[in-house]
Design a protein around this ligand. Structure first.
Ligand code: ADP
Ligand code: MG
Ligand code: ZN
Length: 213
């Protein structure tokens, strides 16, 4: 084994929903596989939106993954010869995940974690801030704002007619959330998705609730 392959590190890929976090995680995983490194991908059991044993992006790219109940289970399910660990939806783990990924990095493993940096209210999500602090590399991705088409950093909660779920964790994709920029984001949630209210192309055309000082 070459020296550089033994240098462990933590990489965080964060951003709003639809920003391409899972795509980027899968891209890094595939590069490691091309380099003939053994890879294991984990995800919290809570995320069963697409499949229990695959990590999948919104555009349908997917790789096999190992579902785990908690952070410690990642250590238990690690194979000895694994060089690269991917973790998707890492925001759903509790703060124990920080110690777990630190341990892996000290063992010489490249750890790539993807997760939401903010919840739908725009507040830091779970262990993400702590993970970013200890990481060697942090990549913050942006989606496209569904209201004004600017780069989007927030996940807009869209309440359906069938009732409301105000919990921080309410899994869903196109039906429950959409990407929005800081200025179009409404932290309390909205009742109509952007395609029903129309695209507001230039923000200065709509000065009804904005005062320029
Ligand atoms: P994430 O894991 O960050 O939620 P994914 O990697 O699963 O994102 O999906 C990213 C893909 O989602 C994009 O490549 C694009 O095809 C699609 N997509 C859907 N809505 C948007 C949006 N508002 N902005 C950017 N990409 C979007
Ligand atoms: Mg994802
Ligand atoms: Zn916007």
């Amino acid at each position: 084994m070459h020296f550089h392959q033994m240098v462990g590190s933590i990489e965080i890929v964060c951003g709003s929903m639809f920003s391409g976090k899972t795509e980027e995680l899968l891209r890094r995983v595939k590069r490691a596989q091309i380099a003939r490194q053994k890879v294991q991908v984990f995800k919290p059991l809570i995320d069963d939106r697409y499949s229990l044993d695959h990590v999948q992006s919104h555009n349908a790219a997917r790789v096999p993954s190992i579902p785990v109940q908690n952070a410690k289970e990642i250590l238990e399910k690690m194979d000895d010869n694994t060089r690269v660990v991917g973790i998707d939806e890492v925001q759903f783990f509790d703060k124990e995940i920080v110690d777990v990924v630190q341990k892996l990095a000290y063992r010489g493993i490249q750890v790539v974690c993807a997760g939401l940096d903010m919840d739908f209210r725009g507040l830091p999500f779970g262990p993400m801030a702590d993970l970013m602090c200890v990481a060697e590399k942090v990549t913050k991705l942006q989606a496209v704002c569904m209201v004004c088409a600017a780069p989007a950093t927030r996940s807009q909660k869209v309440f359906s007619d069938q009732g409301q779920n105000e919990n921080q964790i309410d899994l869903g994709a196109h039906d429950k959330y959409e990407a929005r920029c800081r200025f179009c984001h409404e932290p309390e949630g909205v009742h109509f998705p952007a395609h029903q209210i129309g695209l507001r192309h230039a923000r200065n055309e709509d000065s009804t609730n904005e005062e320029v000082i």
